[in-house]
Design a protein around this ligand. Structure first.
Ligand code: NAP
Length: 362
């Protein structure tokens, strides 16, 4: 068996970091050899740093439990201990931006979940099924910074993963999407740990998530963009209006979406056929975390539901239900995805698998 690639997790003690530790426990290509977090956790054994706040299953993976947590602010500590890092840090945007660049400058590629570098022009914001071609900007990024082996690749906001694949599938099939109205019902785990106070969340809905609507309205245009002269040129459509809410669900973001097409309008039967036959490069490459069916359509009138549907395809599918005509736009539907799997750690792992398969860690 080929030797596994040694990886580090920055922010390993947090909500997303813990997911990485658990999901990488038996990964066929990667093994966690380095963990880092804030100075509060630095110097402790991982099992002590997450004591009383380990949230993912009963046991902390044995190979990581006894690793010493390092200070993520000191990129030099990672040298020689891992070949690339997943970044799941929660700090100021400018701090994360500088820190991720510092790791890349030391020759350590960064596969990030943070939003800090999503709008950096030469940083790809990847959903591997949609915009694998954006990897092509990495060469320009390295040249621009004078980085030899290091680079930065990021993942978009978690709520977008809920509906971007169905949107892309329709565009790929030749249908222009002009306008879109989306209302998200986002899980509490999306706010990290300990997250939203229980007193605000139980028996309640919070109709505001700071910065989320701006991300939802803008990020889709970069995801759907095209690479020109080493840079990503954003798409100009669809025009998006979003309302983002926090609901008392632990895992699984739901989105209610209405779409208006251009002149050519697909029938509901055609849309379902496009969605259920949608596959892309991760499936062709047989990447370990790629879902066999990235989009799953349900016909029950009361699905998708977070508790019942979030683990579909090991938490990597976009599950759609309630596809129907819209009296204002053309169609509407409800979509769901697992926010800390597809929307965070497993989505990050799929990005890293794509990068590995394309030779970016060689
Ligand atoms: P979290 O639970 O609050 O965890 C934050 C992590 O960052 C912890 O490991 C923490 O270490 C570390 N950290 C905090 N301050 C630091 C500092 N000054 N220096 C170094 N490390 C520091 O947050 P999360 O929900 O896992 O989110 C992590 C990142 O993923 C964020 O950028 C978030 O926007 C993004 N994201 C989250 C989700 C989601 O569903 N939760 C989805 C997509 C993207 P200590 O434990 O030592 O404090």
């Amino acid at each position: 068996m080929a030797e596994k690639i040694r990886v580090g997790v920055l922010g390993a003690t947090g909500m997303v970091g813990q997911r990485y530790i658990k999901l990488l426990e038996d990964h066929p290509w990667f093994e966690v050899t380095y963990v880092a977090a804030s100075p509060r956790s630095a110097g402790k054994l991982y099992k002590d740093a997450v004591k009383n706040r380990w949230l993912i299953g009963a046991e902390i993976p044995a190979k990581v439990a006894d690793l010493t947590v390092e200070d993520a602010n000191d990129e030099k500590k990672a040298l020689g201990k891992c070949q690339f890092v997943f970044s799941a840090l929660e700090m100021g945007k400018d701090e994360i931006k500088a820190l991720e660049a510092a790791y890349a400058a030391e020759g350590i590629p960064v596969v990030s979940n943070a939003s800090a570098n999503r709008w950096t022009e030469d940083v790809p914001m990847l959903v591997p099924e949609i915009n694998y071609e954006h990897l092509n900007v990495i060469a320009e990024q390295k040249k621009h910074h004078g980085w030899d082996k290091g680079f930065i690749a990021v993942k978009p906001n978690c709520s977008l993963q809920t509906y971007m694949m169905p949107i892309h599938a329709l565009i790929k099939a030749g249908y222009e999407i002009k306008r879109m109205v989306v209302t998200t019902l986002q899980a509490t785990s999306g706010a990290g740990y300990p997250g939203v106070p229980s007193f605000d969340m139980i028996d309640n809905i919070v109709p505001f998530i700071g910065g989320e609507e701006e991300k939802t309205e803008k990020e889709c245009l970069k995801i759907l963009g095209t690479v020109k002269d080493g840079k990503i040129e954003n798409a100009s459509l669809p025009l998006v209006s979003s309302t983002c809410t926090r609901v008392p669900v632990v895992d699984g973001h739901t989105a209610c979406v209405s779409l208006e097409f251009g002149d050519k309008k697909p029938s509901l039967e055609e849309i379902e056929k496009i969605w259920t036959s949608y596959t892309s490069v991760p499936q062709e490459l047989n990447l370990p975390s790629a879902p066999v069916h990235p989009i799953v359509v349900r016909h029950e009138e009361n699905r998708p539901q977070p508790r019942r549907d979030r683990e579909t395809e090991k938490g990597m599918a976009c599950v759609i239900g309630r596809l129907r005509p819209c009296p204002v736009f053309d169609i509407k539907f409800v979509a769901l995805s697992h926010n800390t799997k597809r929307g965070a750690a497993l989505g990050g792992i799929l990005n890293a698998e794509l990068l590995k398969a394309k030779g970016y860690f060689d």
